[in-house]
Write a protein that binds this ligand. Structure first.
Ligand code: B12
Ligand code: SF4
Ligand code: SF4
Length: 350
């Protein structure tokens, strides 16, 4: 089996879905037994959640097309380019029958940790910019890829040449949240996140597409009920129930928007205090209280949850390189870090 390179979200055509094995024919005792075996293996390699669904066209094509027509994607043109494949991934991987969807929990933001948790030296946000929790530790693309590769190796040992698979995460043109919801990993909440009733939404997703005949799971019921906390807490009114106008999302503005950030968002960005990403609509979610960090050791042991704004404003390329190496924060280029830090500095309250 060849190495699976790190997957990244890029503006280039998606190349991060890498075949992990050659073509196949063959079988296993039963589709049910196969599914049970695969799920055990996924948890053993380190994932927190696993579910299986068929690779089928999305029933949400009309919604997604309207989303683009409304320019809700802002400048993320690569999303629009990938849309035809995302909506019908069988066109790209015609041999794939099932998708093994994998959820990996990451440590919640320091401020959301239980009161008795040890204090972090950089919990204070004064003069500092927060980094969203998904980006604090090791780059999740690498962590998820590594575990998915381990899982693929297990399947390859079990099924031999009968197994064919492709590992995916994030930039791969797949509707990851829809697949996760169909595979019963969680439900898509009003904040558009995949949420598990016990494990919450502090998780990233990955997939292993396979040719194996395996029993699929049932989607999970929606547990949002009448709650609207995320909608009300979003500082830029980016959310309506189950839908996001990404061009209004702080996370988009800080990480994806490569141009100037419109003035109308500056005060909200400064109040939110993030220099990279945004966690607000997850922090307020009642399903995220009392969740654990999962396999916390996978994320590294010296995470930086916030950074000094003065340091960012005076830093050069090599300090940016050092700060972001091996981390998802590298998605934002040095000039974007500076732009973000300036907005926080210039809009300080008090
Ligand atoms: C582009 C993108 C963004 C954009 C846009 C986000 C968005 N909501 O669309 C921005 C930069 C804003 C962003 C932010 C974040 N992202 Co992001 N992002 C993506 C990416 C690459 C594509 C998403 C996409 O295509 N959006 C377009 C919309 C139309 O599609 P969708 O969100 O996939 O699915 C929608 C439809 O299926 C529809 N739908 C489904 N059922 C129903 C039912 C009804 C009734 C309706 C009306 C609609 C509907 O609603 C879904 C949710 O919007 C995915 C990876 C991937 N390949 O999927 C990661 C991904 C969604 N992001 C992820 C993360 C972690 C984040 C952040 C938490 C990072 C941060 N802390 O800053 C925030 C979360 C913000 C939020 N509340 O969503 C994770 C989410 C994991 C999870 N638990 O859900 C993903 C899956 C990456 C990964 N591999 O883990 N992200
Ligand atoms: S991530 Fe922040 S800005 Fe984006 S929808 Fe959630 S609360 Fe709003
Ligand atoms: S805050 Fe409430 S409405 Fe929003 S996702 Fe969580 S449960 Fe659903």
């Amino acid at each position: 089996m060849s190495d699976i390179p790190t997957t990244r979200r890029t503006d280039a055509p998606a190349t991060d879905a890498v075949p992990v094995l050659g073509p196949a024919d063959g079988g296993f005792a039963s589709a049910n037994q196969s599914a049970d075996w695969i799920k055990r293996a996924a948890l053993e390699v380190g994932f927190d959640l696993v579910g299986i669904t068929m690779l089928a066209p999305s029933p949400r094509a009309a919604y997604v097309e309207q989303w683009f027509a409304d320019a809700a994607h802002g400048s993320m043109d690569y999303l629009q380019r990938h849309a035809p494949v995302k909506l019908d991934a069988g066109r790209r991987w015609p041999w794939a029958k099932a998708v093994i969807v994998l959820g990996l929990s990451y440590p919640p933001p320091a401020s959301d940790r239980p009161r008795n948790a040890p204090p972090q030296p950089d919990d204070l946000s004064c003069g500092r910019g927060k980094i969203a929790a998904y980006a604090v530790g090791r780059d999740y693309h690498r962590v998820v890829s590594k575990l998915t590769k381990r899982l693929a190796r297990r399947l390859s040992e079990k099924w031999g040449a009968a197994f064919r698979g492709v590992a995916a995460t994030d930039a791969t043109p797949l509707m990851e949240r829809e697949l996760a919801a169909r595979a019963g990993i969680g439900w898509i909440g009003k904040n558009t996140m995949v949420i598990h009733p016990a494990k919450g939404s502090w998780m990233v997703l990955g997939e292993l597409l396979t040719n194996l005949d395996i029993t699929v799971d049932q989607p999970m019921a929606d547990h949002c009920g009448s709650c609207r906390r995320c909608i009300e807490a979003c500082p830029t009114a980016a959310l309506t129930p189950y839908q996001m106008n990404a061009s209004r999302c702080i996370s988009y503005q800080l990480i994806e928007n490569r141009g100037p950030i419109p003035d109308e968002f500056h005060a909200a960005i400064a109040d939110a205090g993030f220099v990279i990403g945004c966690d607000i609509c997850q922090s307020v979610c009642p399903h995220n209280t009392k969740v654990s960090a999962g396999n916390g050791h996978l994320w590294g042991d010296s995470p930086t949850a916030s950074v000094s704004l003065a340091d960012i404003l005076t830093s050069d390329w090599s300090s940016w390189d050092q700060l972001t190496r091996g981390r998802a924060t590298r998605r934002a280029r040095p000039e974007m870090w500076k732009r973000n830090a300036e907005i926080l500095e210039q809009n300080k309250s008090g």
